[in-house]
Ligand binder design. Structure first.
Ligand SMILES: [Zn+2]
Length: 389
């Protein structure tokens, strides 16, 4: 209350400029350089997400990279490895269909031939299981389970807003980072990556009351601390961190609810994590203005679409809208430049996506998820190419 009264007094007696001058050095802001506005239509990030193929589909995968990605205008391929890699540091963590280092090097060569940057992706918090399958990290190291008392298939169930969850890691467990860091390092080395996507989406189990380390802790702080630790490790390796957006959006105020936003009080982490993290703002049904929220908070952001072409193009229009403003005034460029481009995602095997991409739809049949996803990718990138300088 005292501070409020002081502010009111200052507002009555001082001009805004004088109030600014009275700020502490930490609060003052001096623009030190002029930032150039980027061309609105020349998007630095034009990305696609594919699942890592099993070894028998590697030729198909590399052929698609060389053939389709340059034609479409894709310049970034994010590959969801999860544990589908023959880790030398932890051979016990290789999942079904794991690729060898040589096979990943073939993937990398295909990306280089296509002029595409390869970004490896792992899920490093939630998505450690599905309904019936525990993925290798928790299968081999069950002590890392944030909530061992929640076990599939009970109470796994679908239908309600709060019925679904996947198993999560305990971000505070002392065994976690010594295991996870070498896995990340191996993928960075194999992909010669300078960016790494660490997932962090749909973390419903976090700060569980029964976890002796996390129980009772502020969930936003837990999320931010762990994100920052992973980001710092990646920065040491010369890699920029990419994450999904949903834990950083308040699902209650926005009514975006618990999947594409957070209903478990993690959203304040947006003010606690390093600003150089790239936010992949996944919205599959519509195009709310959340990318602008991340840009205003100082993050580079890419709206991330999936199976709805109309929504994907509406997201692209928002990117263009924001980027065009960068040319209007000298102070407009930084905010505009935070909108880096677009990210097409796919949530199926790479083979299903690629076959849908090349396939002829069956006349009269309802399109499959793979067909809708491939068609959304094509429609989005056709619009990107139509506008390119
Ligand atoms: Zn814990």
């Amino acid at each position: 209350m005292e501070a409020l009264e002081n502010e009111a007094t200052a507002a009555q007696t001082n001009t805004p400029e004088e109030v600014l001058d009275e700020r502490t050095p930490e609060q003052s802001y001096e623009p030190t350089e002029t930032v150039a506005s980027e061309p609105w239509n020349d998007l630095p990030i034009r990305a696609l997400l594919l699942t890592a193929p099993p070894p028998e589909d590697l030729d198909l995968f590399c052929g698609f990279i060389r053939d389709a990605l340059p034609k479409e205008g894709v310049n970034t391929l994010v590959v969801r490895f999860r544990y589908q890699y023959q880790f030398q540091s932890h051979p016990e963590l290789a999942d079904i269909g794991a690729l060898s280092r040589d096979q990943v090097r073939r993937m990398l060569q295909a990306c280089r031939d296509a002029g595409v940057q390869l970004i490896p992706k792992m899920n490093l918090l939630a998505h450690q299981s599905d309904e019936g399958y525990i993925m290798p990290l928790l299968a081999k190291y069950p002590q890392l389970d944030e909530a061992p008392h929640l076990n599939p298939p009970v109470p796994w169930k679908y239908g309600g807003l709060h019925d679904f969850y996947t198993k999560s890691l305990c971000p505070q467990h002392p065994d976690l980072l010594p295991i996870v860091f070498p896995l990340m390092d191996e993928l960075i080395e194999a992909c010669e990556a300078d960016a790494f996507h660490i997932g962090l989406d749909e973390v419903w189990i976090l700060g569980d009351d029964k976890c002796p380390r996390c129980g009772g802790r502020d969930k936003a702080e837990l999320f931010a601390e762990y994100t920052t630790i992973l980001r710092n490790h990646l920065a040491e390796k010369g890699c920029r961190t990419w994450i999904w957006s949903d834990r950083l959006i308040d699902g209650k105020t926005t009514h975006l609810l618990g999947w594409q936003a957070s209903m478990n009080n993690t959203h304040r982490a947006i003010d606690m994590i390093p600003k150089d993290i790239v936010i992949c703002d996944w919205k599959y049904e519509d195009a709310p203005p959340t990318p602008a929220y991340f840009a205003l908070k100082g993050f580079d952001v890419v709206p991330s679409s999936c199976y709805n072409a109309e929504a994907a193009i509406a997201q692209l229009e928002q990117v263009y809208f924001a980027r065009k403003n960068g040319a209007r005034a000298f102070f407009s460029a930084p905010l505009a430049n935070h909108q880096r481009g677009v990210f097409s995602t796919s949530w199926m095997s790479a083979r299903e996506f690629i076959e849908a991409y090349y396939g002829d739809p069956t006349p009269g049949a309802a399109p499959s998820l793979a067909e809708n996803t491939a068609n959304t990718f094509k429609a989005l990138f056709a619009e990107v190419r139509r506008n390119m300088p």
